[in-house]
Design a protein around this ligand. Structure first.
Ligand code: ADP
Ligand code: MG
Length: 425
C-alpha cells in the first residue's frame, strides 16, 4: 500500500480521510492537477482548500499558497502536517526555528505546500527564493482580496500576477465572492486578462433558511430568535462593538451561554472566544464582522443579524457560516430605516475613491432589494451571484408564507420602499 499515488480519489481517502468529493470539487481538482489556470468560485464552507491541497500532492515540486490571514495559514499547515503532508508557512508570526525548518524542507526538496503571506511578495528575496525551490503551482486563496473595490482588499495581492509571470507556472484562484465585477478584476489582475477555466458551482446552500424582518425592538427580536433555538450554537452579527457587548449581556441574562467578539479586543482574548466557540456546544457569539474568516465550525445552527450587513456579499458570507455540515441552519436579518441610513453614510464618509463608493452603494442596494423581495429570496440572491434557480426554493420566509400575510408590517415596508426610492427622510 504505497503512499505514492497521484490518483485524486485515493489521496482524498488516504490523506484527507474523506469518502467522497463535495459537489464541484472533483472537476476543480482535475483542472488544477492538469496544470490549467483555474478560477473556482465556491461558497464559504464548500471545501476550497482541498481543491489546491490535493493537487499539490499530485504535482511534482512545490505549490505556493498565498492566503491573507496568518491564523488561517497556520491552521491549514497544522492539519496538513497532522495528515502526514509536508507543509510549511512563511509568515511574520513564525519563530526562527519554524522558518529554519521550512527552508530546510525546501532545500531537501521535501516540502509540498509552502504557504506565504502576501506581504512576503514585497520582499526582494522572495522571488529568487521561489525560483530556486521549483514551484509548480501557485494557489491563491481568498482571491477577491485582489479587488480594490471589495471589502477585503490587500494591496500585496496585486503582486501575484507578476509572480505568476516570473515563475511561468499555472495559477489556481479561489474565492467565495462571485459578483461579476470581482470576477473580472481577478481575471484582469491575476491572469493578465486571459480567462482561466472558471468554476462557479454549488453556490446554493439549500439547507440555510433565509429570513428578513423589519426591525421593531431588535433586542427582543434577537432574544426570541435565540430562545427558540436554545442549546444550539449561533452567531449574532451587530454593527458596533458596543452593541455586541450589550446584546451578549442580554442573552446571558436570558440564560444563554453567550460572549461578545470584536476587533477592539486583545488578540488572546479573541482567540479564547474562537476556541470556546469551536469546542463548546450551544455557545452564542455576538460579534462584529471581525468574527468569521478563521472560523471552521461545521455545526453552527443559526446566524442572526441584529443590524443590516453592509453588502449582499457580506450578508451571504456571514450567513454562509451556518450549516456547513449540511444540516438545517436558520438565519434572521433585521433591517430598518436607521440601518440604511447608517450603511449609506458609512460608504459616503469613507475615504474610498468615487468608483469604489459607487460599487459599495450598488452592493448595499442589492442587499436592500433582497430585504424587500416579494417572492423567493433565494432565487434573487443566487441570481445576483449568477446562478439560476428554476423553482422557488421552499426554504425562505417568503416561500413559507407568501407576501400577502405580511399585513402587519406593510406600512413599514411601504415607508422603507419610499426611502429606498428617494433616499429621502
Ligand atoms: P472553504 O475554504 O470553501 O470555506 P474549507 O476548505 O475550509 O472551505 O472546507 C470546509 C470544511 O469542509 C472543512 O472542515 C473541510 O475539512 C471539509 N471538507 C472539505 N472537503 C470535504 C469532503 N470532500 N468531504 C467532507 N468534508 C470536506
Ligand atoms: Mg477557505
Amino acid at each position: 500500500d504505497s503512499p505514492l499515488t497521484d490518483d485524486p480519489q485515493v489521496l482524498l481517502a488516504r490523506v484527507f480521510g474523506f469518502a467522497s468529493f463535495r459537489p464541484g470539487q472533483m472537476e476543480i481538482v482535475d483542472a488544477v492537477c492538469a496544470g490549467r489556470n483555474t478560477l473556482a468560485i465556491m461558497p464559504t464552507g464548500g471545501g476550497k482548500s482541498l481543491c489546491f491541497q490535493l493537487p499539490a500532492l499530485c504535482r511534482t515540486g512545490v505549490t505556493v499558497v498565498i492566503s491573507p490571514l496568518i491564523a488561517l495559514m497556520r491552521d491549514q499547515v497544522r492539519s496538513l502536517r497532522a495528515a502526514g503532508v509536508e507543509a510549511g508557512a512563511l509568515t511574520s508570526g513564525n519563530t526562527e526555528e519554524e522558518t529554519e525548518a521550512v527552508f530546510q524542507a525546501l532545500e531537501e526538496g521535501r516540502l509540498k505546500l509552502l504557504y506565504i503571506a502576501p506581504e512576503r511578495l514585497a520582499q526582494s528575496a522572495t522571488l529568487p527564493m521561489l525560483r530556486r525551490v521549483g514551484v509548480s503551482l501557485i494557489a491563491v486563496d481568498e482571491a477577491h482580496c485582489v479587488s480594490q473595490w471589495g471589502h477585503d482588499f490587500r494591496p500585496d495581492y496585486l503582486r501575484i500576477g507578476e509572480l505568476r509571470r516570473a515563475l511561468g507556472v499555472p495559477l489556481a484562484a479561489f474565492t467565495a465572492t462571485a459578483d461579476a465585477e470581482t470576477r473580472d478584476e481577478i481575471v484582469a489582475r491575476l491572469f493578465d486578462g486571459q480567462p482561466p477555466e472558471t468554476f462557479l458551482r454549488g453556490f446554493d446552500r439549500p439547507n440555510i433558511h433565509l429570513a428578513f424582518a423589519v426591525k421593531d425592538s431588535p433586542r427582543d427580536q434577537i432574544l426570541r430568535f435565540a430562545d427558540a433555538r436554545r442549546g444550539q450554537s449561533g452567531i449574532v452579527y451587530a454593527a458596533t462593538r458596543a452593541k455586541t457587548e450589550t446584546l451578549a449581556q442580554a442573552l446571558r441574562e436570558a440564560g444563554h451561554p453567550a460572549c461578545h467578539y470584536h476587533g477592539g479586543m486583545e488578540a488572546d482574548e479573541r482567540r479564547r472566544v474562537e476556541i470556546r466557540f469551536q469546542q463548546e456546544d450551544g455557545l452564542i457569539v455576538v460579534a462584529t464582522v471581525a468574527f468569521g474568516m478563521g472560523i471552521d465550525k461545521p455545526d453552527i445552527r443559526w446566524v442572526a443579524h441584529a443590524d443590516l450587513p453592509k453588502s449582499i456579499e457580506g450578508y451571504y458570507q456571514e450567513i454562509g457560516r451556518g450549516g456547513r455540515d449540511g444540516a438545517a441552519a436558520e438565519t434572521l436579518t433585521l433591517y430598518g430605516p436607521d440601518d440604511i441610513r447608517l450603511r449609506r453614510s458609512q460608504i459616503d464618509e469613507s475615504l474610498a475613491p468615487a468608483e469604489r463608493k459607487e460599487a459599495d452603494h450598488g452592493r448595499l442596494n442589492a442587499l436592500l432589494g433582497l430585504a424587500e423581495a416579494v417572492d423567493c429570496r433565494r432565487r434573487l440572491l443566487l441570481g445576483y451571484f449568477g446562478e439560476v434557480l428554476a423553482e422557488p426554493c421552499g426554504n425562505c420566509d417568503l416561500c413559507d408564507r407568501p407576501a400577502k400575510v405580511f399585513d402587519a408590517t406593510e406600512v413599514v415596508r411601504k415607508a422603507l420602499s419610499a426611502v429606498l426610492r428617494t433616499g429621502e427622510w
